[in-house]
Unconditional design. Structure first.
Lengths: 728, 332
């Protein structure tokens, strides 16, 4: 496809709004008579609330009301797939985790609400035996039959394999640390509930709110125009939103709640800790004979969230004997939820680390080991891949990195005080597509408006929708308005699973084509610019209709001539039967250089080269940005990020940006990302497979493998903080 | 954040009077980078806040005796880049720039840096037991997650680390603080200003009620000294030290004539390793001497469950910083 706008590095169409403060994030919304909510959090992780002492807070300036168990509307529960936490706020006096809301103070100002919330004292009956982390216990958790996969006879194949490895990998719980905190503004207007929320799924929150408040769906509206990222923890609504809407209902005034970072980290989602046992059996030549991947993850006591750790493993490498199992253990933490490339980030991490261990055992180059087990078809389904160029990714990235110069002996590559370590890993994420609706309006001023009830979480959805419209209509980007983030718009997907691009753009294109048809009908009708002309003989060119004779009339003129403000088209797009013909996944490869200074125990990632095949990148700048951001996130996962729950009582100790350590600017390595352009038209007409998550898979394993190569130490408990590798 | 009364003082006397004239819990504010943070967390609850930013304490000047006098309100950024500092006290500049972030350094003041509170998470959590925040309540850090905590100068009542980098450099360089209060002006050696926690970790320093720091005067620079500040931490910037070492050495004919060594990230106050300094003096400037000094400096280290690695890490910081400072001295 020869494209004018798609596939080009278009600057973000919303960049100006963000730079000038015009972008309306949830916290920016001010409405008449608005009050502020501030939650009061439990300071125990396991027990019951006995008494709340509210008298001081009630007497504080500006305090309007304080909601808690016994003083809150009776509501309905949503289903587990609609919300992040099924338990309703203040439902009972049971405390399941540190940070669980025990009250919501509502006051005239944010500062007043916070000050009053700080004065609330609670008496608890604290119980012994809080389950503080999966990694602190030997309890196994419940086996999830639904997550099990088996093919061949992996046990027998393992027992007979000449080379085997059997190791267990732990990954600490992580926090999303999205820039913009969770926030809700709830307003009841004539029995209608209008909610502004920093949300990755306005349509989903809309349905959940309707169900919880027992309202017809048309009586709820959810708005999320701009989101300061979410990485998955804003996919489904949390209790703060329900508490805020309930308070607004009881008070008859709008209420806005902005979670402070501490509460956001305690009760607004996390990536659960995991423990994974990998057993691999191979021939001496590296051929994989058996893969067994047994995982356990955490959930809370109030919501059964499952991070599906083994889902990529059956598809990544050619191997006849594979078994996957997963267990789930309830712990006294805030409920976990999807976090960027959920499940597979942890699962691929363990598999790619185990493969590196196998390569060492075999005395084989780790890249060569992966090539020997290359899966030409999807070994899980037996179907051909829709499009797979992983071999090119390996070759290109290895070349750009200089992998052929690697000395395989750990610690053999040095530069002054520093030891250099090189490691690599495969990246992989499914390509998904859902059904989607959109509407496009062609207006008499020549502009075009495209609308879809999905949202832009900062990744560039506004821009790629505008690019799609520009590509197909020839209208310049400046004349294209994109509306997203409103649940009243035609229903669009969650901003999750890296599927918005593949899902929404075809719907926008369908709507645009229907709008063209409507325009052609106007143009060819009575007194139209092309009266009597066969609509099929009219072409779209640069914002105009053109007939066979070369007569050209702009969209705007056609409409003005007929005294029409606009014509519109509704479009739907849905996956077809392609899933029965192909397996859809994106693949890539990461190559990493770490620098280890053993004299001062300093470990830093110095260089990353990645080649990630995502089909066609609609906007290569935004796509590269996603991969680069993922790499930085992976550095945190590999080296520093860890939610510290006190092993005595399960309280979260490092609930802030200073004590929970994400990489900062000075930690940025040299990053070289290649996005080979291999459009995958089996998934959609634009050839795009999505890019938000794949970059995070494999990167932490590649770093850990590089750390082994530098230090000779195989660390199986992540993150690799310096005390784990230092020479003592 | 609870409401507080706010007033701005124009000079030192006004500030002291404003602080004194009210029975309410009063607090001075300069950059506010510690105070406002802790007020938001409800850890500090001043009823009255007196703004010092208009006080004429923003000069850096060289005294006739060669010492450097720094006004309390000189920002960390200005101090780090001041020509008199970069020329005569590069160690201080390095230490300042190793701390916090540009934005914080722009706000934070010299005296405020000295007065900053610990980052111990149990101190910052009002629901936790903390003798520093709530005397007599106990110390949750002792049996809790104490990876970031101190090895030196601890007690059974508190193991919180002093978080400053700047102060570590000052402990090595030697300095005098000028304090002013209702009873007039007095001076105190930098090393005597911060208190060890002992059985009263809530008493962190020697300031009398309503007293404030007006100046910090650095000792004359070590003649012919080379220096190095080395900070070891979990990430490359904007992160507190796991261990840091501030070193000044003067070397003559391969022998150490004068040595200064202070440690950060491992102690309850900016930690001058005096015995190690003495042990270095007169010794050959080479690894064996450095190793001996490190051993002496850490002889009293008392590790806890999660911070034992800081003993060898601090040793590494000392050795590398001594090597670098020696190289700098040789090259100067």
């Amino acid at each position: 496809m020869d494209t004018q706008v798609i596939g080009h590095r278009t600057p973000r169409v919303d960049g100006e709004f963000k730079l000038t403060g015009q972008a309306d994030y949830t916290v920016d919304w001010q409405v008449r008579d608005m009050l502020y909510g501030y939650p009061v959090s439990a300071s125990i992780a396991h027990g019951t609330l006995k008494t709340l002492h509210l008298d001081t807070a009630r007497a504080m300036p500006g305090v309007v009301d304080i909601f808690h168990h016994g003083h809150f509307p009776e509501l309905y529960r949503a289903s587990k797939n609609q919300v992040s936490e099924m338990r309703l706020p203040f439902e009972d006096e049971r405390i399941h985790y540190d940070g669980q809301y025990i009250a919501l103070v509502v006051a005239e100002s944010f500062e007043q609400a916070r000050a009053a919330a700080h004065t609330v004292q609670a008496d608890y009956h604290q119980e012994e035996g809080a389950r503080t982390s999966l990694l602190d216990t030997n309890q196994e958790g419940q086996l999830l039959e639904s997550e099990g996969v088996s093919r061949g006879d992996p046990e027998k194949a393992f027992d007979e394999a000449p080379v085997t490895i059997d190791h267990t990998y732990d990954i600490a719980a992580e926090s999303h640390m999205q820039m913009e905190m969770h926030a809700t503004l709830a307003e009841w207007r004539d029995e209608r509930l209008i909610v502004h929320e920093s949300s990755q799924g306005v349509v989903y929150q809309h349905k959940a709110m309707a169900r919880i408040f027992g309202l017809p769906e048309e009586s709820v509206e959810v708005v999320s125009h701009y989101i300061g990222s979410g990485f998955g923890n804003k996919l489904f609504m949390w209790p703060h939103a329900v508490a805020t809407a309930g308070a607004a209902q009881m008070l008859g005034r709008p209420v806005k709640t902005i979670l402070p970072r501490q509460q956001d980290m305690e009760s607004g989602g996390n990536r659960p800790a995991s423990r994974q046992r990998l057993r691999l059996g191979a021939k001496q030549d590296g051929t994989l004979l058996s893969i067994r991947h047994d995982s356990t993850t955490e959930t809370s006591f109030v919501h059964p969230y499952v991070d599906s750790l083994g889902s990529a493993t059956p598809s990544l490498y050619a191997c006849d004997n594979v078994a996957i199992s997963q267990r789930l253990l309830e712990v006294n933490h805030g409920t976990p939820c999807p976090m960027r490339a959920p499940g597979e980030t942890s699962g691929i991490h363990a598999l790619e680390t185990a493969l590196d261990e196998l390569a060492v055992e075999l005395g084989m180059d780790p890249l060569e080991l992966r090539r020997r087990n290359y899966a030409k078809n999807d070994p899980a389904s037996g179907l051909p891949w829709s499009s797979k160029y992983l071999d090119d990714c390996y070759t290109n990235a290895a070349k750009r990195f200089g992998w052929e110069k690697r000395n395989p002996t750990p610690g053999a590559m040095r530069d002054g005080d520093e030891v250099i370590g090189w490691g690599m890993a495969t990246a992989c994420w499914p390509a998904m597509r859902l059904s989607c609706s959109a509407r496009v309006e062609l207006r008499d001023d020549g502009s075009v408006m495209a609308a879809c009830g999905t949202q832009d979480i900062g990744t560039g959805t506004y821009t790629i929708v505008a690019q799609t419209v520009a590509e197909l209509s020839g209208v310049p980007l400046k004349d294209i308005e994109v509306r997203l983030g409103e649940s009243t718009l035609p229903a669009g997907p969650l901003s999750g699973g890296s599927m918005v691009t593949a899902t929404a753009l075809p719907a926008v294109a369908a709507a645009l084509r229907n709008a063209f048809d409507a325009l052609k009908e106007v143009a060819t009708g009575e007194n139209g610019a092309f009266e009597g002309c066969d609509p099929d003989n009219l072409e779209i060119e640069a914002g105009a209709l053109v007939d066979k004779q070369g007569k050209r009339v702009s969209f705007g003129e056609i409409l003005s001539q007929q005294k029409l403000g606009s014509v519109s088209g509704d479009g739907q797009a849905a996956p077809g039967d392609e899933k029965s013909q192909y397996s859809f996944r994106s693949f890539g490869a990461h190559f990493v250089e770490v620098r280890w200074d053993p004299g001062i125990s300093r470990l830093r990632v110095a260089r990353v080269v990645s080649s990630i095949d995502i089909g066609r990148a609609i906007n290569p700048s935004a796509a590269r940005n996603q991969v680069e951001g993922s790499i930085v996130m992976g550095i945190g996962m590999a080296l520093t990020e860890k939610l510290d729950y006190d092993p005595r009582d399960g309280r979260l100790i490092n609930n802030n940006y200073a004590d929970y350590i994400v990489p900062c600017h000075a930690d940025m390595p040299e990053i070289d990302v290649e996005l080979p352009d291999n459009p995958d038209y089996t998934l959609n007409e634009f050839g795009a497979r999505g890019v938000g998550e794949i970059g995070l898979t494999g990167i932490a394993a590649a770093i850990g493998n590089a750390v082994y190569h530098a230090t000779g130490k195989r660390i199986r408990e992540f993150p690799i903080t310096l005390e784990k590798v230092m020479d003592t | 954040m609870r409401s507080f009364a706010f007033s701005a003082a124009e000079n030192v006397d006004q500030a002291i009077i404003a602080c004194e004239s009210n029975n309410a819990e009063a607090s001075y504010i300069a950059g506010g980078t510690t105070l406002i943070d802790l007020v938001k967390l409800d850890v500090m609850r001043p009823e009255r806040v007196i703004d010092l930013n208009r006080l004429p304490l923003k000069e850096v000047e060289r005294l006739d005796d060669g010492r450097l006098r720094i006004g309390a309100l000189v920002s960390n950024t200005d101090l780090a880049h001041h020509p008199l500092v970069t020329e005569h006290y590069p160690l201080l500049s390095q230490a300042l720039l190793a701390g916090a972030s540009t934005q914080l350094r722009n706000m934070a003041t010299t005296a405020g840096n000295i007065m900053q509170r610990t980052r111990c998470p149990y101190f910052r959590d009002v629901a936790a037991a903390c003798n520093k925040r709530d005397p007599g309540s106990g110390c949750d850090a002792l049996g809790g997650i104490n990876r970031m905590h101190a090895l030196l100068g601890t007690s059974e009542h508190c193991i919180a680390t002093h978080p400053s980098d700047m102060c570590v450099a000052m402990a090595a360089l030697g300095a005098t603080l000028t304090l002013e209060g209702p009873n007039g002006i007095r001076e105190i050696a930098f090393g005597d200003f911060h208190r060890l926690p002992m059985d009263r970790p809530d008493l962190e320093h020697e300031l009398e009620p309503n007293e404030l720091i007006t100046h910090i005067t650095l000792d004359t620079p070590v003649v012919g000294g080379g220096s190095h500040y080395l900070k070891l931490r979990d990430r490359a910037s904007y992160e507190f030290a796991l261990a840091s070492a501030a070193v000044v050495v003067a070397v003559e004919d391969g022998v150490i004539r004068d040595a200064r060594l202070a440690l950060g990230g491992v102690a309850t106050k900016p930690w001058q390793a005096m015995e190690a300094e003495q042990a270095l003096t007169g010794q050959p400037a080479k690894t064996e001497s450095f190793e001996k000094a490190a051993e002496i400096a850490l002889a009293d280290a008392l590790p806890r469950e999660h911070n034992a690695f800081k003993v060898p890490l601090a040793r590494q910081a000392i050795l590398r910083a001594l090597e670098k400072a020696t190289q700098a001295a040789m090259n100067s």
